[in-house]
Design a protein around this ligand. Structure first.
Ligand SMILES: *Cc1c(COP(=O)(O)O)cnc(C)c1O
Length: 494
């Protein structure tokens, strides 16, 4: 049904419309009727669009068409054609789909990058997700010891689990590692000096630059050494009565190679102890090794959190959703006195962790502690070999080769752990390489992103590559369904 099949629409009133193209347009009410009926009626995903927003979408589409009429001097007949052809209805449908498809929606990660910041980093284990859902949907024991009825810290239990997992005395949890680094700088070096190596003054991404954050924390940054070489003597020589923090920052997303030297964490920690200055290490990636789980050495020489703690640094910060494989969080472990100082800072209250992420972290650490680390999705995905991945790639390629506009073959490729951990490490992987008669690789990647479900891919050498490494249960079928959507056919099975 097209808009002008409505006998009351102005465009159907024959002679009265004359040649005025604007009079060939339907009214907003008529468009809304069509929107609510044939367009949204059949699409349950669009049912949640409120009436007021539907009216805005209708008005927007109409306004754009009016502009087009002016710009392109469209005739009344051309406008009628546009309506009758269903092109206007198709555009309304697309506007509705975009409205309903924005926000945090489930996506398929075919980039091969396991810890993809734009795609939500580590997917948590289903048991962890269930614990998080329980915490979210009801009341939970959060800031009280239920056996003594005394008030306590929300992250008290997590502190115990972190201590067991890392060898630290205790720990504390905040919103993310950026918040952890800020809290560390502000607590120990606010109004004082912090010494950092010039080789570690990095930008971690999303405009989080160590010197800028330092300034916002009210700390005076004292740079020592050079980009490629910094020795413990450089730190020693820079210490003054005003030094509050000796800080080490992991250069997560880049590497300096060649003629390089950095001060040992153990030496920095010892200098701090000798001079009565707190030492802190922003580790970022947070590699965990646990009994009963395969080593994460596949990500290269990332520092293990336990080793960082053993170096003697007073506090060590790392992310919850990088190599640990839990929900988003910033975790700081270390000496009791130093952690107490972090807790006493009013800023801790502003960046502390919510109950949902806390429950997820507890569950993640419990899985690691009970020898179930290999079940954590991000760890499992990082260990997949070419031999594991090839059958998945071949199955996807076979399904996509059955769709006329596409041709697929399977090639060897490499994927990355992601999220700035191990920038020089590549994991041997395979990929389904796509050929498409519909346009270039970027156009296909774009269409897949906008499709249902959204699929994110790698574009390399002008081809779309589908890397199965980061596909979770059911994702291969969802990916195939998305291609069926693009090919204009319905999915083979639902
Ligand atoms: C990733 C990273 C951060 C930021 O961590 P988020 O959890 O994303 O806030 C801070 N410092 C280092 C060294 C990092 O690698």
């Amino acid at each position: 049904m097209s808009l002008d099949s409505n006998p009351n629409s102005p465009s159907s009133r024959g002679a009265s419309k004359g040649d005025n193209p604007f009079r060939a347009l339907p009214s907003v009410d008529e468009i809304l009727k069509q929107l609510n009926g044939e367009i949204i009626g059949g699409e349950s995903r669009l049912a949640a669009i409120p009436q007021s927003v539907r009216a805005e979408l209708a008005q927007g589409a109409l306004a754009d068409l009016r502009t087009r009429i002016g710009k392109e001097s469209l005739s009344a007949a051309a406008v009628e054609d546009h309506m009758a052809s269903g092109a206007f209805a198709a555009e309304l449908l697309e506007r509705c789909q975009r409205e309903a498809g924005r926000g945090v929606v489930s996506a398929v990660n075919a980039t091969g990058v396991v810890l993809h910041t734009n795609l939500g980093r580590a997917p948590v284990h289903p048991e962890v997700a269930a614990r998080m859902a329980t915490a979210a949907s009801g009341y939970c024991v959060l800031e009280m010891d239920r056996f003594s009825a005394k008030r306590n810290e929300r992250d008290g239990r997590l502190g115990v689990l972190l201590a067991r997992a890392t060898g630290a005395e205790t720990g504390i949890a905040v919103n993310n590692c950026a918040a952890a680094a800020f809290l560390m700088m502000q607590t120990f070096a606010g109004g004082r000096e912090a010494i950092v190596s010039r080789g570690e003054l990095v930008e971690i991404g999303g405009s989080f630059r160590v010197p800028d954050v330092m300034a916002r924390a009210g700390a005076k940054l004292v740079e020592v050494g050079t980009t490629n070489r910094t020795r413990i003597g450089d730190y020693d020589a820079a210490v003054t009565d005003d030094t509050g923090l000796l800080m080490k920052v992991h250069t997560s997303n880049f590497r300096v190679v060649g003629f390089t030297e950095e001060a040992d964490a153990a030496d920095i920690a010892k200098l701090g102890r000798d001079r009565g200055i707190t030492s802190g290490w922003d580790l970022g990636s947070g590699r965990f090794e646990a009994a009963g789980a395969k080593s994460l050495d596949v990500v290269g020489d990332e520092t293990v959190v336990r080793d960082a703690v053993a170096s003697g640094m007073d506090v060590v910060a790392f992310s919850g959703d990088k190599l640990l494989g839990g929900p988003q969080a910033g975790l700081i472990v270390g000496r009791r006195a130093a952690i107490r100082a972090l807790r006493k800072n009013p800023i801790y209250r502003a960046v502390r962790l919510d109950k949902v992420a806390l429950s997820g972290l507890e569950a993640t650490l419990e899985m690691l502690a009970t020898g179930r680390g290999d079940e954590l999705p991000s760890r499992r995905l990082m260990h997949l070999t070419r031999e594991d991945l090839r059958p998945v790639a071949l199955r996807i390629a076979a399904a996509l080769n059955a769709l006329p506009p596409f041709r697929a073959d399977v090639i060897d490729s490499e994927s990355q752990p992601g999220s700035g951990s191990a920038p020089t490490v590549f994991l041997p992987s395979v990929a389904v390489r796509m050929h498409w008669t519909g346009g270039g690789a970027q156009a296909l990647a774009e269409a897949l992103r906008a499709g249902e479900p959204p699929v994110f891919v790698r574009v390399q050498d002008d081809a779309v590559l589908l890397d199965p490494r980061a596909l979770l249960d059911g994702d291969a079928d969802r990916l195939i369904a998305a291609f069926h959507g693009l090919a204009g056919s319905s999915s083979p099975q639902k």
